[in-house]
Design a protein around this ligand. Structure first.
Ligand code: NAD
Length: 523
């Protein structure tokens, strides 16, 4: 008698965070189906690699064309599921992806082709060296909800153009956007088994790590990143980890207060503060502290909070109640320890389920959670500093190291400070926008991650590097092969001196001894 095991299929709900309305119910993909998806990807990948970079670039061009045509439709889908204003969906998502495609269309052929590797060592001059870049095979991508289109799409385009198949596990909060990406790619000519989406929660992501993928690109929180790194280590699965941030902004005493305050307000509240590169800590030189706070408060109070569909909205809802509770806990803790609330500071329940007022806090300290943990909400905590050294020390006093910003009119001073800051990116006089610079590597120091996305270095993450060495004198035995003895040792000393001794006389003497090795060695 066989026992039928009834496994209940888990459901997830795609919800509009502005209204709480359920957009769609979806079934989580289970472990065996994830394995089947990866097996299909494996079976299809070699043919995709075999068509060559130029044909894959043509597919990217088609994808770019389709995305440009459907820009408003895609932006709307992003707004419905992630809450951000349509304007932000267009700029921080659709535009970023169009430009990432542009970068790969222009540069992928050059960056992926075989690269000659000349040798400097005289002993290896008679060899031709080349770097080859092979696709990994199947790349698993696990992505978050905060940039549900631009994050998986930029990573996917790089993986695909390099000849990989991709299996994407989008965030359970933004599965529909992941499925929109799939439709666009398939319409552009990507074969169905080369880009597949497995929707589900963490368990589906965990199943993907345990399936026979060849590399994982994960973007999400530090906590999940650590769990993923541990699981990947069990089978030495290579991983890229793009994790959380607690980005500092330094406003130096020569900064333009109007410009710096506008940067801080946008940097803290774009996407309702739910950006890995958000301004999460703001340090202002004491002489500018009060005028800067005044300008930030004035600008923050003018922000229009509402549903992202409304074209006049500046700040949309947060993604869900749990994220809102973290923000409340951080603000409450800061206030209890002496921070002043200058704007906002509470929910906006009359707008809908997940709205929080853009909030400015003054006089924060590093004893407060708001300055140590990732808040990921619309809060701008500000404090004063007295010297450049103190500003750098405060900026670096963090577990995180994703990015940082320095506002100054003095480029030399800004660059000096930037070099001392422990972060994957430092922007002088701008915030957040580095994510949209397709050439710029994106990734963190410290707990903010491992590896890079975007640009040349993001593309390099999608290939295994292979060194191909061809000897140009195949009929000649090499001088370093067996035949050791006193003569050999002398000859080797000669060769070493010829290349590395100080002074031309010593080198010449070495050369004369070394030539003996090449000419006289027999085995
Ligand atoms: P999260 O870590 O909760 O989830 C990210 C993804 O991991 C989701 O798809 C989730 O389903 C999946 N997941 C959860 N548990 C898993 C497990 N055990 N195994 C495999 N997959 C699992 O993060 P989130 O809340 O979706 O996103 C917000 C976080 O992402 C913030 O910390 C933010 O800073 C970070 N982030 C970083 C970057 C960057 O580029 N560095 C960009 C965007 C967001």
């Amino acid at each position: 008698m066989t026992t039928q095991l009834q496994v209940a299929v888990r459901k997830i709900f795609s919800v509009n965070p502005a209204t709480g309305e359920v957009l769609r119910e979806l079934e989580c993909v289970g472990e065996s189906e994830v394995r089947a998806v990866v097996a299909r990807a494996q079976a299809a990948q070699q043919a995709w690699a075999a068509i060559g970079v130029r044909r894959r670039i043509a597919v990217l061009r088609e994808f770019q064309r389709k995305l440009q045509k459907k820009k408003s439709e895609i932006a709307l889908a992003i707004t419905l599921e992630a809450g951000k204003p349509v304007a932000e969906a267009l700029t921080t998502e659709v535009l970023v992806v169009l430009d990432a495609a542009r970068f790969l269309i222009e540069h992928a052929y050059r960056l992926l082709r075989d690269e000659a590797l000349p040798h400097g060592n005289l002993a290896t001059k008679l060899k031709k060296g080349r770097i080859l870049r092979d696709p990994y095979g199947v790349i698993g991508i696990i992505s978050p909800w905060n940039y549900p289109f631009s994050i998986p799409a930029t990573e996917t385009l790089a993986a695909l153009v390099a000849g990989n198949a991709v299996v994407l596990k989008p965030s359970e909060f933004t599965s529909l956007v992941g499925l929109e990406l799939k439709s666009l790619l398939l319409e552009a000519g990507v074969p169905p088994d080369i880009f597949q989406v497995v929707v589900g929660e963490g368990a589906t992501g965990a199943a993907l790590i345990h399936a026979p993928i060849d590399k994982l690109v994960f973007t999400g929180s530090v906590g999940t990143g650590k769990r993923i790194a541990a699981a990947a280590a069990e089978r030495l699965l290579p991983v890229v980890l793009e994790l959380g941030g607690k980005d500092p902004m330094l406003v130096l005493d020569d900064a333009d207060v109007d410009v710096a305050s506008s940067a801080a307000v946008w940097g803290a509240f774009v996407n309702a503060g739910q950006t890995c590169l958000s301004v999460e800590r703001c340090y202002v030189q004491r002489t500018l502290y009060e005028p800067f706070l005044k300008a930030c408060v004035e600008k923050t109070k003018k922000l229009r909070v509402g549903g992202g569909i409304d074209r006049e909205t500046d700040v949309g809802p947060m993604i869900h109640e749990r994220q809102l509770q973290i923000v409340e806990a951080h603000v409450d803790d800061a206030v209890a320890r002496g921070a002043r609330v200058l704007a906002g500071g509470s929910r906006l329940s009359e707008r809908g389920p997940n709205f929080y007022q853009p909030t400015v806090l003054a006089d924060v300290t590093h004893e407060m959670r708001i300055m140590r943990e990732e808040t990921f909400g619309p809060v701008l905590p500000v404090t004063a500093f007295d010297s450049d050294d103190e500003a750098v020390r405060l900026a670096n006093d963090s577990e995180f190291g994703l990015a940082a910003c320095i506002c100054t009119r003095d480029d030399v001073r800004g660059e000096r400070l930037a070099r001392s800051i422990q972060a994957g990116t430092v922007m002088i006089n701008d915030v957040v926008s580095c994510f949209g610079i397709s050439e710029a590597p994106h990734g963190g120091f410290k707990s903010s991650g491992v590896g890079r996305a975007h640009g040349r270095f993001g593309l390099e993450e999608m290939v295994r590097m292979k060194y191909l060495d061809t000897d140009l004198m195949p009929s000649m035995k090499k001088v370093w092969w067996y035949g050791y003895g006193a003569t050999f040792t002398r000859q080797m000393e000669g060769l070493l001196d010829m290349q590395f001794a100080r002074g031309w006389r010593a080198r010449l003497r070495g050369a004369l001894r070394g030539v003996g090795a090449i000419a006289g060695k027999k085995l």
